[in-house]
Design a protein. Structure first.
Lengths: 119, 113
């Protein structure tokens, strides 16, 4: 089955610790994204990547880092510089081309999420 | 700045009681409006994409419509399994980022048996 997987489902971080959240997709999508979801707020974009070895900051990139070494993988590291990391983290992917032409406007498909809690 | 407002924040219906959820938006150059369903503790599930005013999409008991200022998600004869948070998102050119979705805060729908 094609889809997006995220691991772990639950993650606990101690103060001053860096943690990495995994996101893998087998949909052959070019673009991948990381969002953060907090109670009472809409999803907010952290980072996105349109192609391998390239990524861009979203609205709330401070305290986070990413890499895109493979098309199917887009891990997110939450660093100790992120002061309020407790949240639900969602990874998404989308095609980047429609009808053979580069198209930015395609639906995004989400993984099951990782809930990160700071101890 | 793109804005998306969903109303009501929460809606409680009896099974079979039809209703609509609203998503109003303020964007410059809408390229797509997306509806998602999210169950507690899970990732959003894609429902519909609407691209232009007047467009309608249907799936089972759900029907999404789009005008130049808002979108409606109509739920006909809902069942308890339709209970979820429904998210609306818009996509429009935004600086150098054409891939950004702006999400509303969602409407929590509860359908009682």
């Amino acid at each position: 089955d094609g889809g997006i997987t995220q691991s772990p489902k639950y993650l606990f971080r101690k103060e001053g610790q860096n943690v990495t959240l995994s996101c893998e997709q087998n949909l052959n999508h070019d673009a991948m994204y990381w969002y953060r979801q907090d109670p009472g707020q809409g999803l907010r974009l952290i980072y996105y990547s349109q192609i391998v070895n390239d990524f861009q900051k979203g609205d709330i990139a401070e305290g986070y880092s990413v890499s895109r070494e493979k098309k199917e993988s887009f891990p997110l590291t939450v660093t100790s510089a992120q002061k309020n990391p407790t949240a639900f983290y969602l990874c998404a992917s989308s095609i980047a081309r429609r009808g053979g032409r580069l198209s930015s406007y395609n639906e995004q498909f989400f993984g099951p999420g990782t809930r990160l809690t700071v101890l | 700045e793109d804005q998306v407002t969903q109303s009501p924040e929460a809606l409680r219906l009896q099974e079979g009681e039809s209703s609509s959820l609203n998503c109003s938006y303020t964007v410059s150059g809408l390229r797509g409006l997306f509806w998602y369903r999210q169950d507690p503790g899970k990732g959003p599930e894609f429902l519909f994409t609407l691209y232009s005013a007047g467009e309608e999409k249907e799936k089972e008991r759900l029907k999404a419509t789009l005008t130049k200022k808002e979108s409606f998600l109509h739920i006909t004869a809902p069942k308890p399994e339709d209970s979820a948070t429904y998210l609306c998102a818009v996509q429009a050119p935004s600086g150098g980022s054409n891939y950004k979705l702006t999400f509303g805060k969602g409407t929590l729908l509860t359908v009682n048996p």
